[in-house]
Design a binder for this molecule. Structure first.
Ligand SMILES: NCc1[nH]cc(CCC(=O)O)c1CC(=O)O
Length: 295
């Protein structure tokens, strides 16, 4: 009987996500034995600094990559948006899930029904901070770190007027009822990969066990979004945003980056879905051009 060890971060959201992938594998082949190996990453241990100050997204995957390479696990499950743009070539992405809700959402403190203008909106990324300025002019914005439950605790303790969190994470945690308002993807362009789960495996090994998990629309969108962000410099500290959709054979990719003065620059490109990476690169080059013109 086939036995696979599944690597995941140990946060509640990460474990729920790993189990979603495991369910999809069992659906295809109930005979496969799956074992979850949850581990703490450097990014989970350092909670008092924003990510860009401590080294960015890689901090959430280093330990998981090592476990894949030394055979402690056979594949790892990640939030696609937490993955660095440049992966270890020995550990390619082997599958992308169907995309959950890609939108960001506003969450108010328990028992509070409007924004307190004196307190900041807590958000963990420059991407959200830049877009919040336009949505709530004058409202202060401050960083917040920690897993989703920790952030909600800080909110309910009265430290923030509201939080902006990914709807997908809240829904997976069963916390959908905390959402006060959804931002459309035009109001707040999502992070590359938001709402998609990605599986990483060792190169050269068959990942056929993933066929019930794999979603071609997500794969095409994620590749285009990630190519865009990669071409702009990988940006863990840059506020880069990217969101793609597919309709028939056409992929539409909208992207954002900011000028040196901090002003957001948006653009959209359409093309064949089979050319997602090239579209991502072309859109990034257009945005780089606009960024210099506006500088
Ligand atoms: N950086 C944390 C993270 N990574 C993925 C999600 C949400 C789930 C997803 O995008 O698939 C979250 C929480 C959040 O941003 O609110």
């Amino acid at each position: 009987m086939k036995h696979l060890k599944v690597g995941s971060r140990e946060s509640r959201l990460a474990v729920i996500q790993a189990k979603l992938a495991m369910d999809a594998i069992r659906e295809l082949d109930p005979e496969i034995e799956l074992e979850l190996v949850a581990m703490k990453t450097t990014g989970d241990k350092i909670l008092d600094r924003t990510l860009d100050k401590i080294g960015g997204k890689g901090l959430f995957v280093r330990e998981l990559d090592a476990a894949l390479l030394n055979g402690m696990v056979d594949f790892t499950v990640h939030s696609c948006k937490d993955l660095p743009m440049d992966l270890d070539p020995r550990l390619p992405l082997a599958g992308f899930s169907k995309r959950a809700d890609p939108r960001d959402a506003l969450v108010l403190p328990n028992g509070v029904y409007e924004l307190d203008p004196a307190k900041p909106i807590g958000c963990a990324s420059a991407r959200r901070a830049v877009q919040l300025k336009k949505l709530f002019p004058g409202q202060p914005v401050a960083p917040v770190r920690g897993n989703v439950q920790t952030r909600l605790q800080k909110l309910d303790d009265g430290q923030y007027a509201a939080l902006v969190l990914a709807a997908a994470g809240l829904v997976r945690l069963g916390l959908e009822d905390r959402i006060t308002r959804y931002f459309s993807t035009d109001e707040m362009l999502p992070a590359a990969g938001q709402g998609i789960l990605a599986v990483q495996a060792r190169t050269g090994e068959s990942a056929s066990y993933l066929s019930a998990f794999f979603d071609q629309d997500s794969a095409d969108c994620a590749l285009a979004e990630r190519a865009f962000v990669r071409r702009l410099g990988g940006g863990c500290s840059s506020p880069t945003a990217a969101y793609a959709t597919v309709q028939g054979e056409t992929l539409t990719l909208r992207g954002m980056d900011v000028t040196a003065k901090g002003a957001p620059v948006f653009d959209t490109i359409l093309g064949p879905r089979s050319q997602g990476e090239a579209l991502g690169i072309e859109l990034a080059e257009r945005i780089l051009q606009k960024r210099t013109e506006d500088a």
